[in-house]
Design a protein. Structure first.
Length: 277
C-alpha cells in the first residue's frame, strides 16, 4: 500500500470567532457557534447531492482544504497543494477559484494536509517529518516542528489536532505544540481495519475522511474509531473534466447544514455538496 502511494505521488476555516462555524470543528468549538451534535446521525449519510459547481485550479495537487474567514479577503478556502518542487499553500476564492495569496514550500517538501486553529494554520508534509505553523493572514511560517512517521491529512476538532498517516490509525496532537497526545484505530462496522485514510475534516463530533484512491468519504467517531458513515462521492466530474484529473481529495465543511466543498488532485472543478441519506 505504501509503495503504491509513493509510486503514484512521484509521477495529491475560520480564524475569527464570529465565523468559526463555517469550517466546522476544524476551526472552532461549540461556543463559537457550532452545534454540539450533528444535524442527523452520521450513519444515515450514504451519498451526495451537488448544489453548486465552481472552477478550481487543475494545476493544484490538492492535499488539504478548509473554509475560513480571512481578515482581508473575507470567506476563502485555504488549500495545501503537493508534489515535490510544486508544493505550496494558497488562499483561494471559493466562487471563482482565483488564487488570492500563496507561498511555495521548499523543493524538497511534499505538502500534505492543513488545518486552522484559532490563531494558526498547521500544514504537514508527507515524508519530511515537518509541520509548519503559519500565520493565517500572511501564510508566513512562525514555527517548524518535527514529528515521526508520514503525514497525510489533518484537522482540528476545537480541542485537539487529528492527523492521518495512510494507515488505519488517527493520531491526536496538541494544537499549540504538535505533541502527540493519543491514537485511535479506525475500523468499519464489522470491526475490520480501514486503511488509506487521507485528507481529514473535523465537524460536529465526526472526523470526515477521504479514503485514498477511492471515491469514498467516511465519517469516523474519533472516540471509538468506528466508521459511522460511508459515502459514495463518485461521478462528480464529467468525462471531459475527468480526463486529466487524479483522485478525489479535498473536503471542507461549508456554511450550510450537512454541506461540504469537495475537489480532487488536479481537478478543474470544486463542488458544493450536501451529504444525503
Amino acid at each position: 500500500m505504501f509503495d503504491e502511494k509513493r509510486a503514484a505521488r512521484h509521477g495529491l476555516a475560520l480564524t475569527t470567532a464570529g465565523l468559526l462555524a463555517l469550517a466546522g470543528c476544524s476551526t472552532g468549538d461549540a461556543a463559537a457557534g457550532e452545534s454540539d451534535t450533528p444535524a442527523q446521525d452520521p450513519g444515515a449519510y450514504t451519498g451526495i447531492e451537488v448544489l453548486e459547481t465552481y472552477d478550481h485550479d487543475p494545476g493544484s495537487f490538492t492535499q488539504g482544504l478548509e473554509l475560513a474567514e480571512h481578515p482581508e479577503f473575507g470567506t476563502v478556502l485555504y488549500e495545501s497543494a503537493g508534489l515535490y518542487g510544486e508544493s505550496d499553500i494558497r488562499i483561494t476564492d471559493p466562487a471563482t477559484g482565483e488564487v488570492l495569496a500563496s507561498q511555495d514550500l521548499p523543493a524538497e517538501d511534499f505538502a500534505e494536509g492543513l488545518t486552522l486553529t484559532g490563531d494558526a494554520v498547521w500544514q504537514i508534509t508527507w515524508q519530511e517529518h515537518r509541520a509548519y505553523k503559519r500565520d493565517p493572514a500572511t501564510l508566513d511560517v512562525v514555527e517548524t516542528v518535527e514529528y515521526e512517521g508520514e503525514g497525510w491529512g489533518i484537522c482540528y476538532d476545537g480541542e485537539r489536532l487529528v492527523m492521518s498517516d495512510g494507515s488505519d490509525t488517527l493520531t491526536f496532537r496538541d494544537p499549540a505544540t504538535f505533541e502527540e497526545t493519543g491514537t485511535v484505530a479506525v475500523a468499519d462496522q464489522a470491526g475490520q481495519p480501514v486503511f488509506s485514510i487521507n485528507e481529514l475534516e473535523c465537524g460536529d463530533g465526526t472526523v470526515w475522511a477521504n479514503v485514498w484512491q477511492t471515491d469514498r468519504i467516511i465519517g469516523i467517531d474519533p472516540g471509538s474509531g468506528t466508521v459511522q458513515a460511508d459515502i459514495d462521492a463518485s461521478g462528480l466530474l464529467s468525462p471531459e473534466d475527468a480526463g486529466g484529473a487524479d483522485v478525489l481529495n479535498g473536503i471542507a465543511k461549508a456554511e450550510g447544514e450537512d454541506e461540504f466543498y469537495l475537489t480532487g488532485k488536479h481537478w478543474p472543478k470544486l463542488f458544493l455538496v450536501r451529504f444525503t441519506a
